[in-house]
Design a binder for this molecule. Structure first.
Ligand code: DC
Length: 229
C-alpha cells in the first residue's frame, strides 16, 4: 500500500517543526523531525571529541554509531547508543554541530535510507531541508516554509528564553544567517524548494494562520483534514 507523505522543508526557525507536529496531529499522521537525526550525529561527533568539519573523521564514526528514532503516542524520541538524547540534541551548540556534520556527503547518504524507511511504513509529515528534493521526491504534498532571517531569529530567541538557554538576540540571528549559508550552499542536497513545492512565507503569519494555510493545502491537494478541529 502506498502511504501519503507530506514534505515540509525550509530554513531553521521558520516554524517548520511546530507546524509539522500540529499538522500531523490534525491529520493523524506520524510526525518525523529529520533534523533530530543530524543533531544526534552532531552530538556523537562531539562526544567522541572529533571536529565536525573534518569529513574523514566524521565518516569514520558512522559505522559504529547506534541511532534509533522512536515514536510513542505521536512523540518522537531520539536514541543514541541506547540513551534518550531528545533533550541533549536541542542545546544550541548541537545546532552548530548538526549544521557542520550535515554538509558531508557520507553523513547524508548514511541517513537517507533511515528516512525513506520511515515514510514507507506510515503516512508521515516529515520536516527537514531536502525532504521534497531528495528524501521523498514523490511526496504527495511539498511545502517550503520560510520567513525573513530577523523574524526567524525573533522566534528562536523566544523559544530559547522559555527554555532558559538563551544566547543574545544578535547571537541567535548570526547563528541563523550562518546556518542558512551552510544549508543553502553545501554541494550535496542544498536547501532549496523542490520545483513542485508550494512556498509558504510565514513572516506575517502567526502559528495558527500558518497551520490553517497548511491544512487548506492538504485539503485542496489531497482531500485531507476537512474537519475543523
Ligand atoms: O531542523 P534542525 O534545526 O533541527 O536541523 C539541524 C541541522 O541539520 C540543520 O543545520 C540542517 C541539518 N538538516 C539537514 O541538513 N537535512 C535535514 N533533512 C534536516 C536537518
Amino acid at each position: 500500500m502506498n502511504h501519503i507523505s507530506i514534505a515540509l522543508d525550509g530554513p531553521s526557525g521558520a516554524g517548520k517543526s511546530t507546524l509539522a507536529r500540529l499538522l500531523a496531529e490534525r491529520l493523524g499522521f506520524l510526525y518525523v523531525d529529520t533534523g533530530a537525526i543530524y543533531r544526534a550525529v552532531g552530538l556523537y561527533t562531539h562526544q567522541r571529541g572529533q571536529d565536525p568539519q573534518d569529513e574523514a573523521a566524521v565518516a569514520a564514526l558512522l559505522p559504529e554509531i547506534d541511532l534509533a528514532l522512536c515514536h510513542e503516542d505521536g512523540i518522537q524520541r531520539m536514541f543514541l547508543g541506547g540513551a534518550d538524547v531528545s533533550k541533549a540534541i536541542r542545546m544550541p551548540e548541537m545546532s552548530y554541530y548538526a549544521s557542520r556534520v550535515s554538509v558531508h556527503p557520507a553523513v547524508r547518504t548514511f541517513l537517507l535510507e533511515m528516512q525513506k524507511a520511515l515514510a514507507a511504513k506510515e503516512n508521515v509529515v516529515m520536516d527537514g531541508r531536502d525532504i521534497g528534493t531528495v528524501v521523498l521526491p514523490d511526496a504527495s504534498l511539498k511545502v517550503y516554509i520560510t520567513a525573513t532571517p530577523e523574524k526567524r531569529a525573533e522566534r528562536r530567541y523566544k523559544e530559547l528564553v522559555e527554555k532558559g538557554v538563551a544566547d543574545s538576540f544578535d547571537q541567535v540571528l548570526a547563528d541563523i544567517v550562518a546556518r542558512d549559508t551552510l544549508d543553502k550552499n553545501r554541494a550535496v542536497s542544498p536547501l532549496r524548494p523542490a520545483d513542485d513545492a508550494v512556498i509558504l512565507d510565514t513572516t506575517e503569519l502567526d502559528l495558527n494562520q500558518s497551520l490553517e494555510a497548511l491544512i487548506k493545502l492538504a485539503r485542496e491537494r489531497l482531500g485531507l483534514g476537512g474537519d475543523s478541529a
